[in-house]
Design a protein around this ligand. Structure first.
Ligand SMILES: NC(=O)c1ccc[n+]([C@@H]2O[C@H](COP(=O)([O-])OP(=O)(O)OC[C@H]3O[C@@H](n4cnc5c(N)ncnc54)[C@H](OP(=O)(O)O)[C@@H]3O)[C@@H](O)[C@H]2O)c1
Length: 371
């Protein structure tokens, strides 16, 4: 097989994996293409939890034609008994001759053992082909497995002068309908949607994912409120909607707890004083198998997350309007002594969404600690 052919089949496996972006949570989404004599004999992608992994789906499609084939897989095949059997065993039983995988699975139960199991059984294995494409599909899973913390994307809708709400708190809607539709697609592919109590009190948001009908199936994200003193009103809209809501607090048993629990919230105490420690609550979300968190909060929580170096990606929607310096900004931060103390970003993507701009950017430095 030429390198160009290898790339072509891996690109196809990556495209297949995209089908599972919103349905495989908390598992990673994976694509697999089986090729024999230059011809695709089977392909598949990860099914929702409990269903077959990509390799098994492709093997089922290929049947006997998998013998002697090359498997192109976007993530290292699993080698442990989970909700389904190990994919390494399925590949060996089917007589696959070569496995090309895009990247290693950092899950401590796999982490290289999937590939070494195959190699020891005589399968030719390769790793690293088109790894960045594979990484991008599963940032959340990879973050949770390798650092015990979900991937955090903070969405901010702002005017082009960087303002997120009027001084009065009014912020609905700064951006247009297309941007809001895009936000619902992001919510649908996230494991959790998180907000701060300031936003809950100001906007009474649903925090649910409501993508267009053509979006297809998705696993409903967990809804998370960060609320140190349990000020969430039991009548908050998000509590009245189907699905799970977790409220993180540092308040011990108070009389505010029973009405919130009666309204359907799960209340979890995290470390921190006087406010929820953002690192603790993200570690707790990882324990709950949350891969990626979509934050829709105001400047207070966003500022705290940024200051702690906990935002992995910003998704900014910038509307072609100006709100002026009296309106609120994006991040409540302590004053910086010099420009050298500022946080620098790398811009990954800029596109128009309706009349607005969407900018995706990643922090590449950290903020200087508070003096
Ligand atoms: N344009 C947008 O994209 C957008 C999105 C969302 C909201 N908003 C706007 O933002 C405004 C609300 O902003 P906000 O800053 O008041 O609310 P926020 O950032 O959503 O929530 C802030 C609250 O979170 C709680 N919190 C708990 N732990 C924290 C920690 N470690 N660090 C910081 N905060 C922590 C604090 O209250 P406790 O100390 O009581 O816990 C804090 O007051 C509204 O006007 C809303 O419309 C705009």
């Amino acid at each position: 097989m030429t390198r160009a052919a290898d790339r072509e089949f891996m690109a196809r496996a990556l495209r297949l994996a995209r089908n599972g972006l919103a349905t495989t949570d908390p598992n990673p989404t994976v694509g697999c293409v089986l090729v024999r004599d230059g011809e695709i004999v089977g392909e598949g992608f990860t099914a929702p939890v409990g269903g077959p992994h990509a390799e098994r789906a492709a093997l089922a499609a290929a049947g006997d034609r998998a013998r002697g084939a090359t498997a192109y897989v976007t993530l290292e095949p699993c080698c442990h008994q989970g909700r389904t059997g190990p994919c390494t065993s399925a590949l060996l039983e089917a007589g696959v001759a070569r496995v090309v995988c895009a990247m290693r699975d950092p899950n401590p139960l796999v982490n290289g053992v999937g590939l070494s199991t195959l190699a020891e059984a005589g399968v030719a294995v390769e790793q690293g082909l088109m790894a960045s494409g594979a990484r991008e599909l599963n940032e959340g899973y990879l973050a949770r497995m390798s650092r015990g913390r979900p991937w955090v994307r903070s969405k901010i809708a702002a005017s082009i002068d960087g303002r997120t709400a009027l001084a009065s708190g009014e912020s609905q809607w700064i951006t247009g309908a297309d941007a809001r539709r895009d936000v619902h697609r992001w919510r649908a592919r996230s494991s959790a949607v998180m907000s701060g109590i300031g936003t809950v009190l100001a906007d009474d948001p649903s925090l649910t994912a409501r993508p267009d009908d053509d979006y297809g199936e998705f696993v409903a994200p967990l809804r998370v409120i960060v609320d140190s003193a349990l000020r969430t009103p039991p009548a908050a809209r998000t509590l009245s909607l189907p699905g799970e809501v977790v409220i993180f607090t540092v308040a011990d048993a108070t009389d505010r707890r029973p009405p919130l629990e009666a309204a359907g919230a799960r209340i979890e105490r995290v470390g921190g004083e006087p406010r929820c420690d953002p690192e603790h609550l993200l570690a707790r979300l990882a324990e709950l198998e949350v891969n990626d968190v979509w934050v829709e909060a105001g400047p207070t929580l966003n500022g705290a997350l940024l200051e702690h170096g906990l935002i992995d990606e910003l998704v900014l929607y910038l509307a072609p309007r100006i709100l002026g310096d009296d309106a609120r900004g994006m991040f409540a931060l302590p004053p910086l002594a010099s420009l050298g103390d500022s946080l620098e970003l790398a811009i990954d993507d800029v596109r128009r969404v309706g009349a607005d701009l969407r900018v995706r950017a990643r922090p590449v430095t950290v903020l200087a600690p508070r003096g």
